[in-house]
Ligand binder design. Sequence first.
Ligand code: URA
Length: 441
Amino acid sequence: MTVRDPRSVVARKRDGNTLAPDEIEGFVEGYTRGDVTDALAAAFLMACLLRGLDAGETLALTRTMVDSGETISFGDLGRPIVDKHSTGGVADGVTLVFAPLAAALGLAVAKLSGRGLGHTGGTLDKLESIPGLRTDLAPDAIARQVAEVGCAVAAQTPNLVPADGALYALRDATATVPSIPLIAASVMSKKLAVGTDLILLDVKAGSGAFMKTPRDAEELAAACLALARGWGRRATVAVTDMSQPLGDAIGNALDVAEAVGLLRGEVGGRLRELSVFFAARALEDTEGVPHDEAVARAERSIDGGEALERLRRMVEAQGGDPHVVDDPEAILPRAPVVTELLADRAGTLAAVDAEAIGHASGALGAGRARKGDPIDPAVGILLHPKIGDRLTVGEPIGQVHARSEEDAQEATRGVLAALTLTDADVSPPPLVHRWLAGGAA
Ligand code: URA
């Protein structure tokens, strides 16, 4: 539909009115077609950010975005199809572990992932650090691979939700990203455009997330769940901790090596725990497996090597070198300069500015400031301590992988400045703040 005067839509939202679905539809369609200018659309986004959108407006925006492009259906793959999505974090390699793990548990994982933006990492960038691996798979190739291997992680096609692509880039450029309804519509439009049996959403809360507090993250989680319900789709949302990097690796090849180490049973900690929780939750929600049994099965799939074998097959199916699961260090690209990170103060780690650490890794070349910028797969940061750990001066706490000594020194300064130490004892933050389940009407 066409709105006669798109300025009136902006003015009505500016003045705090509730927009009708056809006003939202007309405006967003007009922008996607190129009939509405960037300036007017930016004003619309700022009005939405400042005045808010109610549940009906958010649903109308989401529907318009889904309808702007193709939708993907994988047909009957003979097992439940699960999608898992994180709202973005630092050292968040859950998808790299979850996809092969859930496949080893008999589920199908069809996952369309994004690239890193700003301080957050992206699964596609991480996976593409494996030599030869391709993520530009067509929907029928994804369906074939999921039927044969159980999992595929591919790039979103350009035609999936193009309105979000256009609006997201404008939000990024106009400081209008941190709005709960706009994020909910953006995230969920990409999930709802793909036909899966269960959407598992990981809404991150803390210094390394878009939502800085669990309360805001819960509001975002509830908004996403309301959209799934409005669509009649099943969804489970977890609000999880991002007050520090989840795993230890903040880069791309480094994250793949960490995920492989985890699936080889060599890496434990919070990344393993959260990956197991999500895989178990997928089994619970799709197959009705009781929680304790689902967790035990997920743990066994890692310890028995079945999940690692799925990763090998997934990498091979996508053209990557499958030996990465046997000897990641030999296969993955390596940075020319590796320096040790040493604690410069003593005390208990009380807080971590995970966003600053994400930026430090980005500045090494692991991330991109703008969509489309190239990244360096080999560089990044390893940071081992977690909140509550005691550090002594000079203790090795990680590594910087860089292109030059200067880059390494700069990143070292950034990481050390991002750590807050105290003399008091500090309890680790909870890993999962809250699960919200439901969705399907
Ligand atoms: N991720 C998205 O896909 N959209 C947002 O708005 C924020 C995070």
